[in-house]
Write a protein of this length. Structure first.
Length: 275
């Protein structure tokens, strides 16, 4: 199947290829059966990404962290509603499915159209299209319970700070008790994006980074910072010698996966401490 994407949409192929590469070469650390099954069906020149080892390791690291932490969430809320904004070619549902979760994928129309042709159909996976900043797209899935998980993986770096603020405001109005796992990038990455080893091959532009993840509480007063995991720690096993030498620098400039909730849950320690 011919895949023709441009701009931000094309960047979804980077983490997809990383999961393929990881499953082929680092299967003890990460394995994704579905990407290996569909990869031969995709007609796209991935050669531009093959030398981007830092990107590959980074994407694998964030997959490992998110899989681990979302699995903990599902142990507490096995019937969770998981909302994956800017899902791209993500295959996390197939890795973590417990037979009960609802999984809602959001992306541009052309991405969702490709997903429907490429990935297996499941009655608990729902695909929606639209601008994630628009209130109306959440009308039929809004939820006030605590069993809502929102995933913002590889998305916020393409937003302006004002758009980040708007997104969290929209999400709070529709999912006031949700738990959010977001990927935060650093200003260093935005400033030096022309040196990025894979994304520079696309037309996408980085726009937003935050040096201290807890500062999100100042940018978005409705948001409460809970915990974070720097990607560096999960990247170390992929190239021990090189990564250990770079680790002190990488921890300062590398992305993090950040766990957040909305201020409406402040004081409700029980729900945030169960996982």
């Amino acid at each position: 199947m011919k895949v023709q994407l441009a701009g931000v949409s094309e960047t979804l192929l980077v983490p997809f290829y990383a999961r393929v590469y990881g499953s082929q070469h680092y299967s003890k650390q990460f394995y994704d059966r579905i990407v290996l099954e569909v990869f031969p069906k995709i007609d796209y020149d991935f050669s531009a990404f093959t030398k981007g080892k830092m990107s590959i390791w980074g994407c694998l690291a964030r997959s490992i962290i998110l899989d681990r932490e979302i699995k903990k969430f599902l142990e507490v809320y096995p019937d969770a509603k998981c909302i994956n904004l800017a899902c791209g070619f993500d295959t996390r549902f197939y890795r973590l499915d417990n037979g009960k979760i609802q999984w809602i994928e959001f992306d541009f129309p052309e991405v969702i159209a490709l997903r429907k042709q490429i990935f297996p159909v499941n009655e608990r996976v729902f695909s929606l299209v639209g601008n994630v900043l628009e209130e109306k797209i959440y009308e039929n899935i809004k939820e006030v319970r605590e069993n809502v998980l929102i995933i913002l993986e590889g998305l916020l770096i393409y937003f302006t700070e004002q758009q980040v603020r708007e997104l969290f405001q929209v999400l709070q109005r529709n999912f006031p008790k949700a738990t959010i796992f977001a990927e935060f990038s650093r200003p260093f990455t935005v400033k030096h994006q022309k040196y990025h080893d894979t994304v520079h091959e696309t037309m996408a532009k980085f726009q937003w980074g935050i040096q201290n993840s807890k500062e999100i509480e100042k940018i978005c007063p409705s948001v409460q910072f809970l915990e974070e995991w720097n990607l560096t720690e999960e990247m170390l096993p992929f190239s021990p010698c090189k990564m250990f030498l770079l680790a002190p620098f990488l921890r300062k400039v590398n992305n993090s996966i950040v766990k957040l909730q909305f201020r409406s849950l402040r004081g409700a320690k029980a729900s945030s401490s169960q996982f």
